[in-house]
Ligand binder design. Sequence first.
Ligand SMILES: Cc1cc2nc3c(=O)[nH]c(=O)nc-3n(C[C@H](O)[C@H](O)[C@H](O)COP(=O)(O)OP(=O)(O)OC[C@H]3O[C@@H](n4cnc5c(N)ncnc54)[C@H](O)[C@@H]3O)c2cc1C
Length: 484
Amino acid sequence: MIRVAVVGGGIAGLAAAHHLADRPDVRVTVCEAAARLGGKIRTEDFADVSLDLGPDAFLARRPEAVELCRELGLDGELVPPATSTAYVWRRGRLRRLPAGLVLGVPTRLGSLARSRVLSPWGWSRVALEPLLPGRKLRGDEALGAVVRRRLGNEAHHRLVDPLVGGINAGDTDQLSIEMTAPSLATAARAGCSLVRGAARVARAGSVPGCPTAHRGRPAVGADEPAQGPVFLTLPGGLGCLVEALEFRLVGAGAEVRTGAPVTVLEPTGRRGYRLHLETGVLEADAVVLATPAHDAAPLLAPHAPGSAATLASLGYASVALVALAFPPLPVGARVPPLDGSGFLVARGEGRLMTACSWASSKWSHLDRGDQVVLRVSAGRAGDARVEALDDDALVDRLRLELGESLGITVAPSQVRVARWTRAFPQYAPGHRPRMTATEAELRRRLPGVVLAGAALAGVGLPACIASGRRAAELATAVPEQAPG
Ligand SMILES: Cc1cc2nc3c(=O)[nH]c(=O)nc-3n(C[C@H](O)[C@H](O)[C@H](O)COP(=O)(O)OP(=O)(O)OC[C@H]3O[C@@H](n4cnc5c(N)ncnc54)[C@H](O)[C@@H]3O)c2cc1C
């Protein structure tokens, strides 16, 4: 019997535990510091709907989250957004984003022209990109640098940075292309046009064997439909996924402890580990560490100082998500129809808000007809204003910006503030090799201790789930080796 301790009950840790729970030769214990499971996944009753105050959807083009839902019997409940229209707020105006963006990279030139998000020069720069010679990407680089080089400053600043920077609460001039836009990295590495690479992703969901013989062809013609929805969610909120995982784990005989922070991890001689909890100790043969990097670092520091230092040095951005419910808004000269999923705010606009999701327009299950529910995000790497404001000041400031962007001046009927401190890992170029070296040191010094989660794999839920499954496999593959 292999005893596996999973430290951290976010989606990565729960996916790891789920992957092992049915194995007759494995006994799983999940230790979660907080009083509830789920980590960043948090669904609450708000204005008579179940509202996600963390992630509200996952990418459906990667298989892992859909597969997990299928394994839990939830796949029949998955729903796509009600709309694929979205806007960007720039220079005091909402502009409709063109159709066919892949991580902000345009794939439909006609739609890009009609959107007028870019100037005629900015549009031409994108249209010419497939004809541009360029060096192949070697190793890793900042996403911003690659996109500026290929598509120009405008497409970067107005499209790619708001989208990918928004997803990561970061600055794409500082973020690794490999970690934040792997499909674009694949295209860039093949010396392929980013526009063409993105178009292939839009059609196929990946960049298999990106063609390099693209020069001389028209940029992107096709308004070919993508296969299936890009995003999916559960109508009861993603908390339903966490509940289903807990139910399945407990049913399979796994032990789930909440309010159980692990404070010390120590090797116990020839085989195994002792984990110190506030309530006692837990013996394990293998450990999946599925916590944020800054929480894993102190546990590893006495035994694997290099790994601990790398993890401790990983920067994180703090954000706040403010939910607001309003009575039906009078659409008119000031208030536009909320006919999309919401809007992003380009960096450099001086706004606190980074995005505003029109939740009751985006999701049919949140549209009760008699209210408008918004999820407003604020805070990103390099902008510490959110942390300096108390909740009242934060809400006041965001309401002011809602007035400027959407003309909403009426008082909300309900407000809820969710603060996510040190929530988004900021992957600098070279992150993946640094993590590979970190894992190699762990294998040498603490065999059977394996990392999982967003710090390792990327922020998206499918990537976190994949990292949990992988960690579960690796942890149980080496139970007999002695820590050294
Ligand atoms: C506001 C917001 C919106 C987001 N939107 C999306 C989205 O729409 N789609 C998407 O795919 N992703 C989204 N993300 C990102 C995604 O939610 C996260 O990347 C992902 O949930 C991280 O999962 P995780 O398991 O790696 O970490 P976490 O969820 O952070 O879980 C780690 C757990 O470890 C626990 N822990 C820490 N230290 C210890 C210890 N010593 N002992 C025991 N337990 C410990 C923590 O309490 C926590 O529960 C969003 C994130 C936020 C904050």
